[in-house]
Design a protein around this ligand. Sequence first.
Ligand SMILES: C[S@@+](CC[C@H](N)C(=O)[O-])C[C@H]1O[C@@H](n2cnc3c(N)ncnc32)[C@H](O)[C@@H]1O
Length: 166
Amino acid sequence: MHPHIEVRTSPIQGRGLFAVAPIAAGTVVSRVGGRLVSGAELAAVFAAAAGDPDHPYIDTITVADDVHLILPPRRPNGYGNHSCDPNVWWIDAYTQAARRAIAVGEELTNDYATSTGIADFRMDCACGSELCRGEVTGLDWRRAELRERYGDHWTPGLLDLIRRRR
Ligand SMILES: C[S@@+](CC[C@H](N)C(=O)[O-])C[C@H]1O[C@@H](n2cnc3c(N)ncnc32)[C@H](O)[C@@H]1O
C-alpha cells in the first residue's frame, strides 16, 4: 500500500483507507496478491466460511475466466471500501491506481463491480455518492454506463466477460 495511505474509521462502513498526504492521479496506490483458485474451489471456500461460527470474510477478486484471487486476511489494503463514484480503479489484475487526484483526508474507494464477477454477489451500498446505485452486484459489469465510465479499468476476468458480451 502506498505510504500516503492509512486505515481509519470510515463513514461508509467499518474501517477504510484514507490519504494522509496528497496523491496524484495515476499513482499506484495498492498491489494485491494471494491464492489463485477456480470458481468451484472458491465456492467451497465460501461454503466453509458460511459454516464457520466466526463467519470469516473472504476477500476475493475475479482475475480471469474461472480464476479468482483469494486475498489474505488482515492486510491494510484489504480495508478499501466500495464507492459507486470511486477515486481508485484497477490498472491490471493486481494493481490499483488513483483515478483522479486524491486530497488529504479523502477516503480511497474502488467500485467492487469492477473486480467481482461472482453472479450471486450482492451488497447494499452506503457510499453516499451522487452516483450511488444502492446495491452492488456481481452482474454490474453488464451495465452500459459502468462499462463506459471505467473503460479498460476492470480486472482482466471482467474485461473478458465484457468483450465476449460485445
Ligand atoms: C473489503 S471489506 C472493506 C473494509 C471494511 N469496511 C472493514 O472495516 O472491514 C468489504 C466490506 O466492507 C463493507 N463495505 C464496503 N463498502 C461498502 C459500501 N459502499 N456500503 C456498505 N458497506 C460497505 C461491506 O461489509 C463489505 O463486505
